[in-house]
Each structure stands twice: as structure tokens, then as C-alpha cells.
Design a protein around this ligand. Structure first.
Ligand SMILES: *[C@@H]1O[C@H](CO)[C@@H](O)[C@H](O)[C@H]1NC(C)=O
Ligand SMILES: *[C@@H]1O[C@H](CO)[C@@H](O)[C@H](O)[C@H]1NC(C)=O
Length: 639
């Protein structure tokens, strides 16, 4: 032994050192392999988290200095830094940062001098997508007003309610067709009675009580109004109100504080978008996705956005090629419509590299990538008012977000067991919720804390309280109830499964079943009605369906009901299917039983109750026959 060793000392040394080296290499490789195997997203997660944390720290600093550098401040800074850079491209025209800055200054002066607005006032804005939406928004913010964005599909009945809920005393109406003076006609007198001033972005007004803004802009000064008006000392002061579907009926005004708008404005940046990117924004600005993430994100980076009045599937790729678009915002439906367009040879000829949005389904996602090339689709999960955000920065197909232990330290969320039949969380013997196991589906709850505050809704405290669950795991805790059923897999990817409770999504809008129920309840022959959403193959979200009992002695009248829903409900909220019932089931806690109705769907060969379908051609609800049913499944009937 000794001899041998002595004979081949160098060899041993050699082996030893080689062994050491190879062990090291093997070690490196195995750590690398292990990392790739078990933590394949380690570096990408880390870089992403560092960004999130760095930005979070920056926001925390505002609290110390009690002077907030808002998204508007950032815009004004960009207008000085890059005045000639295109900020918005709209309908073929370019608006530079300076253009929008100057025009919003003029508007701010008009708001001060002519409209007599004061710091702290709330102003409701009903405009379609156009550059002036931004000028009015920024102009108002420069005067220190908070702004309530109204959904332009809103019906007069809900409009009055919106004013009450956010306390706005002024309404600014765009020159476009949406909430125009014709639909205003019905409510104008009520608005004026309530002392609400109405202004329109026009040169001339058909109504003597409606005042015009456009003619006053050109003659106004473009000097900045005093900065003290827009100055803000707390991240928690409201800057916007964005209306979301209410579970209690009419829309609720979600309070958007500077904290939320600053967080949202960093979304693009967190996904790796830079100031050289060109964003494509086809979504309505009155939703938080387009305004807070899209416009806010463009401003934060000092980039350029292409703003569309309305999404058009046929123009989409041409627009992208023409303007060298690199990033676009989507909702799931939008990607499906793009996939449904006829194939062309130039489908992959474009510079789009990132999509940011939500609601993209796996099948559409795959098809979209196959068809249009390697685009990183970044799903963002979060509601306008929610205190939790998931971001799929990895771009893994079918998942809305990515979590890991650091993320769980920053955001305290839980998935709890949910009883679909009773329509409520499962409780243990002490009355507390129970977490689901990894991989199982549960209701997503997000803890309300100092780091993750929930600002609630304007107006009634009750509305805010309804979104909270208390005493969830221990006495005294409070959680924001997202109403979404989700699952988290072993690797920390989060998938959206379903939505529970009183809202569902259709065509990118939230539909509140209670709001639809209330409106349908006004029809004389309806005794009782239960509204829910059913899945339709080939469509995102759920289509509205109403089960109803006809009042004894009266008969169902499809035409009458059709007229009623046309008048009082926006298109996306109109029930597409009806089911006439003799008797309505309740849950054990005396809520209307929705789950079984949702499950049984709208198939006339399995549902024995009479079914009807909304028919725009015949302007009525007509019997849902088997052939109509088949044409819906085949995607031949437009819904
Ligand atoms: C409104 O009037 C101004 C001049 O006062 C003019 O520049 C502008 O083009 C007009 N706009 C519309 C939409 O008519
Ligand atoms: C788009 O990019 C091409 C080549 O990079 C360039 O020639 C063209 O001018 C750009 N178009 C616009 C609108 O910026």
C-alpha cells in the first residue's frame, strides 16, 4: 500500500487534484442542475423581486418625507426631460410630452378660472379613449381634484348613483358618442336638480345648461398652475375613483390612492419594458388596466403609447407594424379575436415582444404564440381595488402569477376551502377558515395590513365591509375577499380557476348579478329572478343567464323583456339566456342557489325548463332550440 502510494505519488496527486477539480466542477454542475431542476426560475424570480422590493422601498420613503412624487409629477418631469418625444399616437397624429403638458395646463387654467374648481373637489369624467381624456385627467389633477372615471356604457339609472357615491359635483362629458347629450337628456334635469354642473368638450352645446370647454381652451393661458395645488402629502390620499361592479347592486367607486397608482405605473417596468418600447393601448381608459398600468406605465418609463379609440382585430397587426409597437395590453378575449382573424403571410412580421394583461386562456395562449411568434405574455392578476397583485413575469402558459417564499412574506395571502353549493368558505368547528393543500383549488383571500392596505369604496362603509372577511384564521384578523378560486402548484405558479359569488366577467367587463337582478325585477311579469353566468365553449368569462319565475296569472313576454334590458342594461350585462322555473332552490343559508344552475348550463336537451335566448334580429327573447344551441357551440351565432 505504502509502496504503491510511494511509487505513484505524482499520479495520486494528479488524481487527487483532478478529483478535487472534477468534484468542484461536478458540484457546480449539480448545483446548477439542481437549481435548474428545482429552482429553475431562481434568477428570474430574484431579479424580479429585487425590482419589486426596490420600488416598494422607494414608496416607503415617501412616508418618511411626507411628500409624494406622484404619477402626475413624473409626467411633468418627463415633459421637461423629453418634451419632444412622442407620448401618445392617436388616429395617425403624434402628441408629444410637451403637447399634452401644454394642453393640460390650459385645461387646468380653465378649470380654475371658468369652472371654478378647487383643490379637493371630485369631478366625474365620461369620455372615450382620445388624447383629450389624458389632458382633462391631468388638468384636473394639476388643480388638485380627484377624478371619477365613468364607464361610457353606463345607463342613466346608474349614472346618478355614481355621483352620489363619489360626491362629484361636476361632470365633464367627451365630444364622442358614448355618454353623449342624447343619453344625457334623460338624466340632465336630475343632475341639475342635484346641483351638478355639466361641461362638454365641445365648441357649442345643444343644451343651454350644458357649458362648453373646447372654446375656452384655446384662449386660456398655458402657464402651469401653482404646484401647491397638486402637492400631496400622503400616499393614501385618493387620486381617482374607478367604478367596479357592485355586489350590492349598482356600481361601486373603488378608491384609487396615489399608492395604488404608483404601484400600477411600475408594472411595465417590472416586466422589463423600457423607455424605447412602444405600447399599444386598445382597452378603455376608464378601466384601471389602461389608465393606471398603460398610461401610468408609459409615463413612468418616458415611453410612447399608441392609443386606440376602440380595439379592432383587423387593424391590430397593421397598427403594430406601422408604429413599431413592442408591447401591447390585452384581455383574453382580445387575443382570441386576433386568433380568429384570417391567417396572413405576415402574421409573424412585427416587433411585438411583450403582452401585458389578464384572462388569457391556455388554449388561446398556445394558439396565439404559434400563430404570431414568440411573444412573452405577462399575466397580471389583481382587481382595481384589491390589495394583492400576482404577476406572471416568467410567462408560463396558463398561469396568472408566480409566488415564492419571499413573495409570501411580502404579500400575506391564503387559499381557503370553499363550499360551492353553499356558496361560502368552509369553516372548522371553531368557525375559522381552512387552508387548502398545495395544488388544490381554494378561495383567494389577501390579508389587510399596513403593507397591503385596502382602501375600500367611496361612500357607504357597508360596501367596503362586504368585501372583507373577518376572523378568518384568528379572532380579529381581516382579509380582502377576492371572490376568485385559484390554485397554486408545487413550483409556486398560480392558476385562476373560477369566480364565485355575485359577479362574473363577460366581454372584459364585470357583471354584477345583483345589479341585473334588480333591473329584471322591475318587469311586471317576473316574480322572482336569479342571475348567474354560464360557460360558453369558445368564449372567455361567462355569459349572463337568468332563471325566473313568472308571476301567476301573467305570461312571459320576450319582446317586452328585450326592450327593458336594451334600455336599462349595457350590452355586456344583458342576460343572453333565460330559464323559466316553477320553483327556485335556496342554499342552506337562504341564498339563491346558483351553483346547480351554473352547472346545468343552457343545453335544451338536458335542461327540462323552457329556455330562451336573446335575439337582436327579432328584438326579443326567443325559444332556445337545439339548432340554435348547436350554432352557439359551433361559434356561428354571435353572442
Ligand atoms: C372649436 O373652435 C376652435 C376655435 O375657437 C377651433 O380651433 C376648433 O377646431 C373647433 N373645434 C371643433 C371640434 O369644432
Ligand atoms: C420603425 O422601424 C423601422 C426600422 O427599424 C424604421 O425605419 C421606421 O422609421 C420605424 N417607424 C416608426 C414609425 O418609428
Amino acid at each position: 500500500m505504502c509502496n504503491r502510494a510511494g511509487n505513484r505519488p505524482s499520479g495520486l496527486n494528479m488524481t487527487l487534484s483532478l478529483g478535487w477539480l472534477s468534484a468542484l466542477v461536478a458540484g457546480f454542475i449539480s448545483v446548477h442542475v439542481l437549481q435548474r431542476l428545482y429552482f429553475p426560475y431562481f434568477w428570474r424570480d430574484l431579479l424580479f423581486l429585487l425590482k419589486v422590493i426596490r420600488y416598494g422601498v422607494k414608496l416607503e420613503m415617501f412616508k418618511l418625507t411626507s411628500s409624494v412624487f406622484t404619477v402626475l409629477d413624473r409626467f411633468i418631469q418627463q415633459a421637461q426631460r423629453i418634451p419632444n418625444k412622442p407620448f401618445v399616437i392617436y388616429d395617425g397624429s403624434i402628441y408629444t410630452y410637451r403637447d399634452i403638458e401644454t394642453r393640460s395646463n390650459r385645461l387646468a387654467n380653465v378649470f380654475l378660472e371658468r369652472v371654478k374648481l378647487k383643490k379637493g373637489d371630485c369631478v366625474a369624467l365620461s369620455m372615450n379613449n382620445e388624447p383629450d381624456f389624458l389632458c382633462v385627467w391631468f388638468g384636473l389633477a394639476k388643480v388638485g381634484c380627484s377624478i371619477a372615471f365613468l364607464n361610457t356604457n353606463i345607463k342613466p339609472k346608474s349614472l346618478l348613483h355614481c355621483f352620489n357615491s363619489c360626491g362629484a359635483k361636476t361632470l365633464i362629458v367627451g365630444s364622442g358618442k358614448a355618454l353623449t347629450l342624447e343619453s344625457l337628456d334623460g338624466v340632465l334635469s336630475s343632475l341639475l336638480e342635484d346641483d351638478i354642473q355639466v361641461w362638454t368638450m365641445k365648441n357649442q352645446s345643444e343644451h343651454t345648461q350644458v357649458q362648453t370647454l373646447l372654446d375656452k381652451i384655446d384662449v386660456a393661458s398655458d402657464r402651469p398652475v401653482p404646484a401647491v395645488l397638486r402637492s400631496c402629502t400622503s400616499l393614501k390620499s385618493p387620486t381617482l375613483y374607478i367604478f367596479t361592479s357592485g355586489t350590492t347592486g349598482l356600481p361601486k367607486a373603488a378608491v384609487i390612492t396615489h399608492l395604488q397608482s404608483l404601484k400600477a405605473a411600475a408594472g411595465f417596468w417590472a416586466f422589463g419594458v423600457t423607455e424605447d418600447d412602444v405600447m399599444y393601448i386598445p382597452l378603455p381608459l376608464y378601466h384601471s388596466a389602461a389608465s393606471l398600468i398603460g398610461i401610468g406605465g408609459t409615463i413612468y418609463l418616458g415611453a410612447t403609447c399608441v392609443l386606440k379609440k376602440k380595439f379592432s382585430a383587423s387593424q391590430f397587426w397593421n397598427d403594430c407594424r406601422k408604429h413599431n409597437v413592442t408591447v401591447f395590453q390585452y384581455i383574453g378575449e382580445l387575443c382570441r379575436y386576433l386568433c380568429n382573424q384570417p391567417k396572413t403571410e405576415v402574421d409573424k412580421v412585427h416587433k411585438v415582444r411583450i403582452g401585458v394583461g389578464n384572462g388569457l386562456r391556455q388554449d388561446v395562449w398556445r394558439e396565439f404564440l404559434n400563430r404570431f411568434g414568440n411573444i412573452k405574455m405577462c399575466e397580471v392578476y389583481g382587481s382595481t381595488e384589491g390589495n394583492l397583485v400576482f404577476m406572471n413575469h416568467i410567462g408560463k402558459i396558463g398561469t396568472v402569477g408566480r409566488s415564492n417564499f419571499i413573495y409570501r412574506l411580502l404579500f400575506k395571502y391564503n387559499l381557503v376551502k370553499y363550499d360551492m353549493v353553499k356558496d361560502e368558505p368552509v369553516k372548522d368547528q371553531h368557525g375559522f377558515c381552512q387552508q387548502v393543500d398545495r395544488g388544490e383549488t381554494g378561495l383567494l383571500l389577501s390579508k389587510v395590513s399596513a403593507l397591503t392596505p385596502f382602501f375600500g369604496y367611496a361612500g357607504s362603509k357597508q360596501l367596503t365591509e362586504k368585501k372583507l372577511l373577518r376572523n378568518v384564521f384568528v379572532k380579529g384578523d381581516a382579509y380582502f375577499n377576492t371572490g376568485d378560486l385559484m390554485a397554486e402548484d408545487q413550483k409556486g405558479f398560480i392558476c385562476f380557476r373560477d369566480r364565485v359569488g355575485d359577479t362574473f366577467r363577460w366581454k372584459g367587463e364585470n357583471v354584477a348579478t345583483t345589479e341585473v337582478t334588480e333591473i329584471l325585477g322591475l318587469v311586471d311579469f317576473i316574480q322572482e329572478v336569479n342571475v348567474y353566468g354560464v360557460a360558453v365553449p369558445g368564449h372567455e368569462g361567462r355569459a349572463g343567464m337568468a332563471a325566473m319565475i313568472v308571476r301567476p296569472g301573467l305570461t312571459f313576454n320576450g319582446q317586452k323583456l328585450f326592450e327593458h334590458v336594451m334600455k336599462d342594461l349595457p350590452a355586456y350585462a344583458r342576460p343572453l339566456f333565460l330559464r323559466l322555473q316553477e320553483f327556485m332552490e335556496m342554499t342552506s343559508t337562504f341564498k339563491q342557489q346558483k351553483f346547480k344552475l351554473v352547472q346545468s348550463g343552457f343545453n335544451p336537451s338536458t335542461v327540462t325548463d323552457p329556455l330562451y335566448v336573446l335575439d337582436y334580429q327579432q328584438k326579443s327573447y326567443i325559444p332556445l332550440t337545439d339548432s340554435i344551441y348547436q350554432s352557439i357551440l359551433a361559434g356561428e351565432r354571435k353572442l
